[in-house]
Design a protein around this ligand. Structure first.
Ligand SMILES: Nc1ncnc2c1ncn2[C@@H]1O[C@H](COP(=O)(O)OP(=O)(O)OP(=O)(O)O)[C@@H](O)[C@H]1O
Ligand SMILES: [Mg+2]
Length: 227
């Protein structure tokens, strides 16, 4: 089943002499359960692409369709709800809530969704799967970087999103912890049939994914994307 379609998307920032063509006519598709790596040099447009797919920024041209919804057609509030229900984010800097313990951080996307019942059994399963069960009462500052990133991954999974967008999720981790977090990403991808789009600078990590997209200067390199 196809969960994502990016059709002829362009993104411009600024105007006149400040104009930046961050993305130029990008098209791609992703199936449910695919683990896709996005690679490219600094400034090539990787984060811009994730931000557009995640509804954190507005595209200039084209359309993005997630689970059959054209996200450009959504109003601000609708987009916020859509994002919470369909997108899981994992950032380089973890972005956990410092005042919430591990359990509450992971459950947050569900608790924020008013009227939605929190499936505690599912959250418990996630915490166990990611080796965080005995840390559930701890706060982010009490955890290592790798542990914090595992919490971020559990949080991203908690809403059973259509897509997880991970922007250099191992960028702050040492090589041993990188391997561990990558292993968990891959395991979650398979176990939950979870689509993941991951930006990385690491060619070896990219080579471990189902498919690699190369972006250069805002363009998806032809012949390599396999979309
Ligand atoms: N908010 C913004 N306003 C203006 N220009 C922007 C903005 N965000 C990104 N850009 C520009 O768009 C281009 C793509 O940026 P982007 O952040 O997507 O690159 P990236 O591939 O993620 O790079 P990196 O690997 O360094 O994270 C760059 O030229 C950047 O300067
Ligand atoms: Mg970036």
């Amino acid at each position: 089943m196809e969960v994502l379609q990016v059709n002829n998307v362009s993104k411009r920032y600024g105007e006149k002499e400040k104009l930046v063509n961050a993305l130029k006519n990008i098209s791609l598709r992703a199936e449910q359960g695919e683990f896709i790596a996005i690679v490219g040099t600094s400034g090539s447009g990787k984060t811009t692409l994730l931000n557009l797919i995640g509804g954190l920024d507005i595209l200039s041209e084209g359309e993005i369709i997630i689970r059959k919804h054209n996200i450009a057609g959504l109003k601000r509030k609708e987009l916020a709800v859509f994002r919470r229900r369909n997108i899981g984010f994992v950032f380089q800097n973890y972005s956990l809530m410092p005042v919430l313990n591990v359990y509450d951080n992971v459950a947050l996307p569900v608790t924020l969704d008013k009227g939605k019942y929190v499936d505690h059994t599912y959250i418990e399963g996630l915490l166990k799967e990611l080796g965080l069960w005995d840390k559930r009462m701890r706060f982010p500052y009490e955890l290592s970087g790798g542990q914090q990133q595992r919490v971020a991954l559990a949080r991203a999974l908690s809403n059973k999103p259509a897509i997880i967008l991970a922007d250099e999720p191992t960028g702050n981790l040492d090589s041993r912890t990188t391997v561990e977090v990558m292993g968990l990403l891959k395991k979650c991808c398979k176990k939950y049939n979870q689509t993941i789009l991951m930006v990385t600078h690491n060619e070896i990590l990219a080579g471990n994914c189902d498919r690699v997209l190369h972006i250069e200067d805002g363009v998806l390199l032809a012949g390599k994307e396999g979309a």
